[in-house]
Design a protein around this ligand. Structure first.
Ligand code: DQA
Length: 150
């Protein structure tokens, strides 16, 4: 069975209560449900995770790369939160594992502070979905399905 991993970085466990004017009122559980609807439709397996720790994200990306190489993974939907703007280690993990990544941001980071305008992830991403709210997550899974077929 094809799998997809959805990886969420720091503070995304607070979705729903965290700055709702910026990120909306859906919780991470709601986001997982919306992702599962799509993976069920595709007949894919979903692994949905959140961590506040940079090293855990790095390790997950490396493992995802291995799984993709063995033909079991379509790719990763990655919202790295603030590590997007700071983590060379995460960028190196994506490049080094050669995993297919769709980068997602709930908010339009380009309308926000200048430090959010640069992403270390983007250079290694197959595609980027920014500013569409939590709807970006299921869209990213569909994008992976399109890339896998195409
Ligand atoms: C975010 C944008 C980041 O700048 C921020 O640090 C987050 C969430 C988003 O989904 O809009 O934690 O990745």
């Amino acid at each position: 069975m094809t799998a997809v991993w959805v990886l969420n970085g720091p503070n995304l466990n607070l979705l729903g209560v965290r700055e709702p004017e910026m990120y909306g009122t859906a919780t991470l559980v709601d986001v997982e449900k919306s992702c599962r609807e799509v993976t069920d439709e595709l007949g894919w397996d979903l692994d949905f995770r959140q961590t506040n720790h940079e090293g855990e994200l790095v390790e997950a990306v490396q493992q995802a790369g291995e799984l993709q190489r063995s033909g079991e993974l379509a790719g990763v939907v990655l919202n790295a939160g603030a590590y997007t703007h700071t983590s060379v280690a995460l960028a190196d993990a994506i490049a080094g594992s050669d995993v297919r990544v769709i980068e997602v941001h709930i908010s339009n980071v380009h309308q926000r502070e200048a430090f959010r305008h640069h992403s270390y992830v983007s250079a290694h991403a197959a595609g980027i979905i920014i500013g569409l709210g939590v709807a970006g997550y299921p869209l990213a899974i569909r994008a992976l399905a399109g890339l896998k077929l195409g």
